[in-house]
Design a binder for this molecule. Structure first.
Ligand code: ADP
Length: 251
């Protein structure tokens, strides 16, 4: 019989090793490894309430997501909910850029017109901004990246950046919504919010940019086995539930 301290240390080592096995069903991974007593280790690690938390919290302390979806796919809304649920920061490149514009910084001045037209701000600006943001300590427990990468060069840059930061991400989640519905939703939002880039002209450009440049990113993650597709049509709560299911270990 191990002393609690030894057991805790052994458990810690195992948990660390299991980190590398993220993605397999929690039960299948934990039970052979820990036997029926694995719950005790969770208790020793101060995770006694683990049953009330997402399964991945049992054996991993972080969740890093890349959210992909066209303008109007509901990405921003779902990201805000995920942030609450997972307790990790929501990093929206659109929000970061809008903050720069509002502050009137040089970066904001450079981005303002491009954004109003619905085109992409330069990859170099985005990468610098993202590197700053991902280097902040609050991302240690994970993050939800929203609005990046938007083209293959950015996908490549993200891989490089995460490698430099000794990080990776767990899932690229694509919120899938048909084009007709996107147009309808954005038209509704334009009335409700009056966003500067919700003019019909800009919306057309953004959807075209998405089709031409961002759709290949989805293919890229599919080929790398990192993609999980979630049906984005329907009630907000239902879509949220689908996302949570999609990011459970083993999915
Ligand atoms: P949307 O609802 O259209 O997805 P976002 O809030 O994500 O809007 O982005 C708004 C605008 O900010 C984009 O149309 C683009 O001009 C700029 N932007 C945001 N993220 C990026 C990015 N990764 N690369 C280039 N431009 C970006």
């Amino acid at each position: 019989v191990l002393e609690p301290e030894q057991e805790l240390r052994a458990g810690q080592d195992r948990f660390d090793r299991l980190e590398g096995m993220r993605g397999a069903p929690a039960r299948r991974v934990l039970e052979p490894e820990f036997g029926p007593g694995y719950g005790k280790l969770a208790v020793l690690r101060g995770q006694a309430q683990s049953s009330a938390r997402p399964a991945w919290r049992l054996w991993s302390d972080s969740m890093r997501l890349v959210l992909l979806g066209a303008p109007g796919s509901g990405k921003g809304t779902q990201a805000a909910r995920l942030k609450e649920h997972l307790q990790v920061p929501h990093i929206s490149t659109g929000d970061l850029l809008r903050a720069e514009v509002a502050a009137g910084s040089p970066l904001g001045l450079a981005a303002k017109e491009v954004m109003a037209r619905g085109e992409l701000v330069s990859d170099a600006i985005l990468l610098g901004m993202l590197e700053d943001r991902l280097s902040r300590p609050d991302t240690a427990g994970g993050f939800i990246l929203d609005g990046y990468p938007r083209n293959l060069a950015q996908a490549d840059a993200l891989d490089g950046l995460l490698t430099r930061l000794k990080q990776s991400f767990d899932y690229a989640v694509q919120l899938d919504v048909p084009m007709e519905l996107l147009v309808e939703r954005i038209a509704g939002r334009a009335k409700a919010e009056g966003r500067a880039d919700d003019s019909p002209e800009s919306v057309r450009t953004r959807l075209k940019v998405y089709d031409d440049q961002t759709a290949p990113v989805i293919e890229y993650y599919r080929q790398h086995g990192q993609l999980t597709v979630v049906d984005g049509v329907g009630d907000l709560d239902d879509v949220f539930t689908r996302i949570l299911e999609a990011i459970q270990p083993g999915h």
